[in-house]
Design a protein around this ligand. Structure first.
Ligand SMILES: Cc1cc2nc3c(=O)[nH]c(=O)nc-3n(C[C@H](O)[C@H](O)[C@H](O)COP(=O)(O)O)c2cc1C
Length: 456
């Protein structure tokens, strides 16, 4: 019997996250994402339906060329408008009991002292159910929103990210010893200052004295998620991540990526199993194959070519931001990035030159999409599990219907086949994923526990 997989629901506090155009589907409610009740209802559905966590993506800038038009972004509701997921999480924390609540925050967007305080507050409110997806932001507009002239070079962003991690680990792990919070009414001592330490961090970008203002929350450090796949991103994950989101096109490619990251983690003194891998997949379900194909054809009617192209930073004229002619052959596109994408598509279509329109349709098709019956979906999940995947990051077409369908139609089959848990694990998010509440002693961040003296 296989081990049960973990399940994460991949969402974003916006109208159009990944499946552009689907907001127009008759069952879609994501257009009303400003309404907190949509999210509270979804969180309750996921919790009752056996999901371990909800995972909010986030960006802090526009996709597309910096001086170009954002007409497509606005028309599609493509990650604009969007709201801050961390604020939403406090509403979800008090509306649920044991669902994990993970969100994305970039190192560019907040100072680590402030960020660490916000996360500790959320972890207190949720009794230890918070996860943080660490991103470095690859959008030029995001850099310009936070005082930079332009995007910082890729590997340098990961060096910056490591200093950011050092600061927050020092605050979460090192600033307060266990037992510092006394709440002793009889003696009149609320907290023991000898167990609360300044961290006196002085680095390349940050100087933070401390102490951390919140007392330790149930997890101290939130569960650290990450999704980078470059050599620098993988090294960062091997050292810091407890869970990694991957979007591998096949189980074979997933197996290679997973074993490479696990081997690196071992080099950092961790166990290979200390990192859990979540494969991103999105399902079109039918009670028969024919029905699933019909449902797929219906979804395809709503796919927005402009939206997909804007999201992958292709298909817009890089100088003006104006959408390219959908019938333009790919070989005629002049672009700065995304070469591997167009090269791959041209290789995959040897009999004719693919067009801009094909690129959008095929991207939508291949990006984690699986079409089939519940049994076929279970077979596919088993293949990914054999490749080393620990969990599935379920992407949606429509909110909340995609998750309701998955829970009603697929989860029972997964439970019967041992691929999903019968009962939820209660407790912290780390407890659900790993069976313990705190960072492991072998994790990089744990070195800061007990590292600071009486006054820092
Ligand atoms: C499943 C998944 C989710 C991601 N979510 C976000 C996100 O919410 N915000 C963001 O800025 N980047 C996000 N990314 C991008 C990654 O953080 C990272 O920049 C990207 O995978 C490229 O990795 P690299 O910088 O190591 O090359 C995501 C990537 C994946 C695979």
């Amino acid at each position: 019997m296989p081990q049960p997989l973990h399940f994460s629901a991949f969402v974003m506090n916006t109208n159009s996250h990944i499946q552009h155009g689907l907001w127009r589907h008759p069952t879609a409610q994501q257009a009303d994402f400003n309404d907190v009740n949509l999210w509270i209802g979804l969180a309750k559905t996921l919790e009752a339906g056996g999901f371990d966590t909800m995972f909010f993506a986030d960006v802090v800038g526009l996709y597309g060329p910096v001086n170009g038009s954002y007409e497509v972004n606005a028309r599609e509701g493509l990650q604009i408008p969007s709201n801050d997921p961390s604020v939403l999480l406090s509403a979800l924390a008090v509306s649920t009991e044991h669902l994990g609540l993970a969100f994305t925050s970039s190192i560019v967007q907040s100072h680590p002292f402030d960020f660490a305080r916000k996360v500790s507050t959320l972890d207190h409110i949720s009794n230890g159910r918070i996860g943080w997806n660490v991103v470095t932001s690859s959008l030029e507009n995001a850099a310009r929103n936070f005082g930079m002239d332009r995007l910082i070079e890729h590997d340098e962003r990961y060096r910056w990210a490591q200093e950011y991690m050092d600061v927050v680990y020092k605050l979460w792990e090192g600033s307060w010893d266990d037992g510092a919070l006394l709440k002793d009414k009889a003696r009149g001592i609320y907290a023991d200052y000898t167990k609360i330490h300044k961290i006196n961090h002085v680095g390349e970008r940050y100087q933070v004295e401390g102490p951390h203002l919140p007392s330790p929350s149930a997890q101290r450090t939130p569960v650290i998620f990450q999704a980078g796949s470059s050599p620098a991103g993988r090294a960062f994950a091997a050292r810091n991540a407890e869970a990694q989101f991957i979007l591998s096109p096949t189980p074979e490619i997933a197996a290679g990526d997973i074993s490479a990251t696990r081997a690196l983690a071992v080099e950092y003194g961790r166990q290979a199993s200390d990192i859990k891998f979540f494969q991103g997949l999105t399902f079109v379900i039918g009670s028969t194959e024919e029905e699933a194909k019909r449902n797929e054809a219906e979804i395809d009617e709503y796919i927005s070519t402009d939206g997909f192209l804007a999201h992958i930073n292709l298909g817009l004229d890089q100088a003006t931001g104006v959408p390219l002619d959908p019938d333009m052959p790919l070989k005629d596109i002049k672009h700065e990035g995304g070469f591997s994408h167009t090269k791959w598509l041209r290789e995959a279509s040897p009999d004719r030159e693919p067009t801009v329109r094909d690129l959008a349709k095929i991207t939508a098709k291949v990006r984690g999409r699986f079409v089939g019956t519940p049994e076929q979906i279970a077979d596919r999940l088993e293949e990914f599990q054999r490749a080393g995947v620990d969990g599935i990051n379920v992407m949606n077409w429509t909110l909340p219907n995609s998750y309701q369908l998955f829970i009603d139609e697929v989860m029972p089959t997964l439970r019967r086949r041992g691929l999903a848990k019968e009962e939820p694990v209660v407790g912290t998010l780390r407890q659900k994923l790993f069976g313990h509440d705190q960072l492991l002693p072998t994790h990089y961040g744990r070195q800061f526990r007990g590292a600071f003296g009486e006054h820092g």
